[in-house]
Design a protein around this ligand. Structure first.
Ligand code: DGI
Ligand code: FE
Ligand code: FE
Length: 205
């Protein structure tokens, strides 16, 4: 994949691209940092193919896992301070780093664009209604080039043909995985399933 670089307009974040990359490098261990760089590249490609703002895709791709390595207490404090749904306290990092992580991004990186924040919020669970940017980030995280699991090639192929079908494919397979492994399912994940999977029946097998 050719590395794309981009100059930010400062409409969405008061940092240059290089400054934002430095913030991610400082926030994450090397393995996770390199994952977010790959998600950024994949998101920019999907953005171009789907008529989505490439700058917003770059910012959201870089930031989607910004909070992934924060201690649990940071999320618990933020849930209380921002008055977020107390049901969140019944979950853990897997759910918090997107939904609560978006609040940390707002506070610490100065991003206020709700489309970018929602792309971060929904990157793990999806949502019944997702903008194209949210769909792009949800899929880029799933199919970035280092992802290697049964079905990833099919996920890449389906996503290249139809972004929404990619969303449905991922949602179905993630829910299957959670059930197979006796994991708690966050209610939004089920809402995502109901909104997307039956609608794309026939395009995801
Ligand atoms: O942060 P990444 O590893 O890059 O990717 P991600 O944010 O999509 O997280 C993926 C993990 O989150 C994966 O192991 C499945 C899990 N997950 C997704 N939906 C749910 C969930 N875990 C629980 N417990 N409940 C969910 O509804
Ligand atoms: Fe994540
Ligand atoms: Fe990720």
């Amino acid at each position: 994949m050719n590395e794309e670089t981009i100059e930010y307009t400062h409409h969405y974040i008061p940092l240059t691209h290089d400054q934002l990359v430095d913030r991610l490098r400082a926030a994450l261990k090397p393995k996770r940092f390199h994952h977010v760089l790959r998600v950024e590249q994949t998101a920019m490609e999907l953005a171009k193919q789907n008529g989505v703002d490439v700058e917003k895709a770059s910012i959201a791709g870089l930031c989607h896992d910004y909070a992934k390595q924060r201690p649990d207490q940071d999320f618990i404090d933020e849930i209380h301070q921002k008055g977020l749904d107390p049901d969140l306290l019944n979950y853990g990092n897997a759910i918090w780093h997107g939904i609560v992580g978006a609040e940390l991004i707002k506070d610490e990186l100065g991003i206020w664009d709700e489309d970018i924040l929602n792309a971060v919020r929904h990157h793990t669970t999806g949502a019944a209604k997702m903008t194209k940017l949210e769909q792009v980030i949800y899929m880029a995280d799933y199919i970035e080039p280092a992802r290697d699991f049964d079905g990833v090639e099919q996920a890449r192929k389906i996503t290249a043909q139809d972004l929404g079908a990619g969303v449905a494919y991922q949602t179905k397979h993630t829910l299957n995985y959670l059930i197979e492994n006796n994991k708690p399912v966050y209610p939004k994940t089920i809402e995502t399933y109901n909104a997307w999977v039956p609608a794309y029946e026939g395009k995801i097998n």
